[in-house]
Design a protein around this ligand. Structure first.
Ligand code: SDX
Length: 434
């Protein structure tokens, strides 16, 4: 089979090399296309465009495969902690005991916020969206933590990564405490990553929150399953910002903003909103599915569908099982889980969804777990961001470590007005804007 693609344009023939990844996916290298043909490509939503070569995460959307640094997610989910998987994703191999202990110590030592940084929380209104606070405060970290300016080799990048991964918990918990009028809770140096986060979220000065093993196991799994996912919207944003040589914190802060949207990380909130709307309106699942199929008011089945997966998202399978186990172990009966299953069953057996290869994605069942743990709805996407931090850091590092790296600067096809001239104010007779 030829390892070149041939294009015929205006009677001329051009050849472009075909490159093959380690999992045998193929791409046409068009880096010389414009220079040779004067043409660019156009690919709305980048559905057919590879923005980079990356060795971090592999997804096979048709087979429903997800691997971090070549290790299947199913393997890691049952055997690793979130912190171990984070180190794997960032540095490319599983940590030794020494790596893990050193990184854990760095995370613990970095968990407290600078006292001056805490003052920023006083300025946010109680109704401030936690994702707004998170992106702002992650960016602000670079004003208080010089480690980010010194991140240039594995040792200094490990330190900056620990600062960011550790403090993102503290910032998230502080945003929550500020929103409910409770005092910010200092991290404890005797607690592991997930336990410390839950402590900062739910302890109060007069009573420590002691999470059950079931809860910490479920949240550890939640973070692990969200840790990276190839070139999704927010990770591509991190790479875009990183390509200008912006620092790790600024790049990941931009990732938070991209994740916020309801078509992306905001979907875990939209799923619960959707289930609550069905419950409160009293409409049947069948009627809701009809509305989705008729695209009534643009309504979608939130938590379903994916740009890459044309099969079950492997994470949703694991999260579904974890949600069922958690509710059983906590002896909680959440009607949302039953409703979500009824809705999924209806969709999975309906030609509209089958023909479009729409399956539950990572966001479909994750909200049930967060609800059982007691995470408020407006913090759901923040939880996704905490989980995705290692993936963003790893992609920032991959850009940073590439000596040939170029700034990301896509082209466009211009479709605006042509041959325009300036018009004096008194001659401007345009219709009103609205
Ligand atoms: C995440 O990219 C990643 O890896 C993301 C992520 C990660 O880990 O980073 O996996 C996390 O963002 C998961 C996705 C969370 N978003 C949602 O659950 C929102 C609901 N899903 C849809 O908005 C949609 O499926 C997207 C945004 C996820 C994907 O959109 P695409 O690839 O642009 O697909 P599309 O809009 O072109 O849809 C193709 C067809 C259309 O119908 P027709 O025009 O052919 O008639 O499928 C329909 C769409 O209307 N469709 C849906 C649907 N998703 C797609 N119809 C109803 N409900 C849906 N959820």
């Amino acid at each position: 089979m030829s390892n070149a693609a041939r294009i015929e344009l205006d009677g001329k023939s051009y050849e472009f090399p075909v490159v093959e990844g380690t999992e045998h996916e193929k791409a046409i290298d068009i880096s010389k296309l414009r220079a040779q043909t004067g043409h660019i490509t156009l690919d709305d939503g980048y559905g057919n465009t590879g923005s980079c070569a990356s060795s971090i995460t592999y997804i096979d959307g048709d087979a429903g495969i997800l691997r971090y640094r070549g290790i299947p997610i199913e393997d890691l989910a049952g055997k690793c902690s979130f912190v171990e998987v984070a180190w794997l994703i960032i540095f490319g191999r599983l940590p030794t005991l020494a790596d893990r202990d050193r990184f854990t110590d760095l995370l613990t030592e970095s968990s407290r916020l600078d006292e001056n940084m805490k003052k920023h929380f006083d300025g946010f209104p109680t109704y401030a969206p936690p994702m707004a606070i998170l992106s702002a405060m992650i960016n602000t970290l670079s004003a208080h933590n010089e480690e980010v300016w010194e991140a240039h080799d594995d040792k200094s990048i490990e330190i900056a990564a620990a600062v960011l991964m550790s403090k993102v918990r503290t910032i998230a918990a502080a945003a929550y405490k500020s929103s409910i009028g409770e005092p910010l809770v200092y991290p404890r140096y005797d607690l592991k990553y997930v336990e410390n986060f839950l402590h900062m979220m739910f302890s109060v000065p007069y009573r420590n929150y002691e999470p059950s093993e079931t809860v910490t196991k479920a949240l550890n799994l939640f973070f692990l399953l969200h840790a990276d996912h190839e070139q999704n919207c927010s990770t591509s944003t991190v790479r875009m910002v990183a390509s200008s040589k912006a620092n790790m914190f600024a790049s990941c802060s931009a990732g938070v903003c991209a994740l916020w949207g309801p078509l992306h990380g905001g979907a875990n909130v939209a799923v619960i909103d959707m289930l609550q709307e069905i419950q409160e309106s009293g409409i049947s699942v069948k009627e809701y599915v009809r509305k989705v199929k008729d695209k009534e008011d643009g309504v979608k089945l939130m938590g379903f569908g994916h740009r890459v997966y044309r099969n079950f998202d492997p994470r949703s399978k694991i999260l579904k099982q974890a949600a069922e186990e958690l509710l059983t172990e906590m002896n909680i009966s959440d009607p949302m889980l039953d409703l979500s299953q009824e809705l999924a069953d209806a969709a999975l057996n309906d030609d509209y969804f089958i023909e479009r290869k729409l399956y539950p994605n990572v966001d479909y069942y994750s909200g049930v777990i967060l609800r059982a743990i007691g995470i408020p709805l407006n913090m759901f996407t923040v939880m996704f961001a905490i989980g995705r931090m290692p993936g963003w850091i790893a992609n920032w590092k991959e850009i940073h470590d590439d000596p040939q790296g170029r700034i990301y600067r896509p082209r466009q096809v211009y479709t605006g007005p042509v041959n325009q001239t300036w018009v004096p104010k008194e001659e401007r007779t345009y219709p009103p804007l609205y």
